[in-house]
Every structure is written in structure tokens, then in C-alpha cells.
Design a binder for this molecule. Structure first.
Ligand SMILES: [Zn+2]
Length: 199
């Protein structure tokens, strides 16, 4: 026998999350019965709103609920330095260090011929437009140290060569294949300080 419909549906929903199997989904669903109604209302409202309210910043592709993200709107930041990352969560990691005061650009993935992701797919157009139209001094490429990361770095540096902008990459002391969010903040801070000139 299954649980009543709502609980059973909630279990099926939790199972959609990565790493959540039947047992955990059951535990989480039953736990909601013990939670404050106020918290559950916030939770359900967030779930209902997240896809509607969350957009990509028109300038840098970071997640935002406005047309432009907080970082792009911040006039105290150095808009002449752009740090290129793979994912919005990399911005959150770099912001936790709190040392970087430039702005960002989020790529639409990394070039990966094996997965069918070509240079056209990572949407560099917006970045190129910014370099053409703004006074950009440096582009720092901060993607994970992998074949895809290196391929993407090389491609970006080629595209930007001759555009009068310095291209650097962060000095990874981290193993190949490491995910950016698992690299501890100290390592990432050092990597950012010791960046290497690409072109
Ligand atoms: Zn932005």
C-alpha cells in the first residue's frame, strides 16, 4: 500500500533530486509533516517562483531576478576586469573569498567535442561585445582544470587575440578534473593571485 496521494507525490518529487533515493525521499516527505506551516509556505512559494523569477543577467549571464545582477550594477567594482567562469556557482565561490573586485562573465558550458559542445555553443558573443564596447583591460579565465577547460581557455584566447585585452588564466595548483566548488577557498585565492598570462 502506498502513502496517501499528496505524500506519495511528494516522495516522487524528492526522488527527482540528485542523490535522493526512495528511503531519503520518504524520510524528507514525512519530515515535512512536522515542519512549521510558515516554513513550508516559504518553501512551496520558492518552488513555485524559482523558474519564473530567476533570469540570467543581460550583461554577464549570472543568476538574477532583475535585468542586471548585483555585481554588474555595482559601481564600486572594477568593470575593466572580467573573470570568465563556467557556472554561476563559481561566482558564488569566488565572491566568498572576497578578494576579487572585478566583474564576471558566465559561459554557456565548456567546449567538449565528445559531448557535442562546440565553440558556437558557449555563447561568447556577449563577451566579445563587451570587450569591443567597454574599456576592458583584462580577461581572467577561471574554469576547471580539465581537457574541456584547457580547450575552452585556448579558444577564448585565440578569439580575443588582437583585441587589445590581456588574457590570463588562474594558476591551478589543483588536480585535473577538480570541480571548482570543491577547491578550497585558500587554493582558489592563490590561483587568482598567481594568474598566468595566456595572450
Ligand atoms: Zn551581471
Amino acid at each position: 500500500m502506498n502513502y496517501p496521494h499528496t505524500i506519495q507525490t511528494l516522495i516522487e518529487c524528492f526522488k527527482k533530486f540528485p542523490g535522493i533515493g526512495e528511503k531519503n525521499a520518504e524520510r524528507l516527505s514525512l519530515h515535512t509533516l512536522q515542519m512549521d506551516e510558515e516554513v513550508l509556505n516559504i518553501f512551496s512559494k520558492c518552488l513555485a517562483d524559482i523558474k519564473i523569477k530567476t533570469k540570467r543577467c543581460k550583461n554577464c549571464n549570472h543568476l538574477t531576478e532583475e535585468d542586471y545582477c548585483e555585481i554588474c550594477k555595482d559601481s564600486t567594482r572594477d568593470h575593466s576586469i572580467i573573470c570568465v567562469v563556467e557556472d554561476p556557482k563559481n561566482i558564488i565561490t569566488l565572491e566568498k573569498i572576497g578578494k576579487y573586485n572585478g566583474v564576471y562573465f558566465v559561459l554557456n558550458g565548456l567546449i567538449s567535442p565528445l559531448d557535442g559542445i562546440t565553440p558556437e555553443d558557449i555563447s561568447l558573443d556577449k563577451l566579445i561585445d563587451r570587450i569591443k564596447n567597454e574599456e576592458i583591460k583584462e580577461v581572467i579565465i577561471a574554469v576547471k582544470p580539465s581537457i574541456e577547460g584547457e580547450t575552452t581557455t585556448l579558444y577564448i584566447s585565440r578569439v580575443l587575440s588582437g583585441m587589445n585585452v590581456k588574457v590570463t588564466k588562474i594558476a591551478h595548483g589543483v588536480p585535473m578534473g577538480a570541480e571548482m566548488e570543491y577547491v578550497d577557498l585558500m587554493t582558489l585565492e592563490t590561483a587568482l593571485d598567481n594568474r598566468i598570462l595566456v595572450s
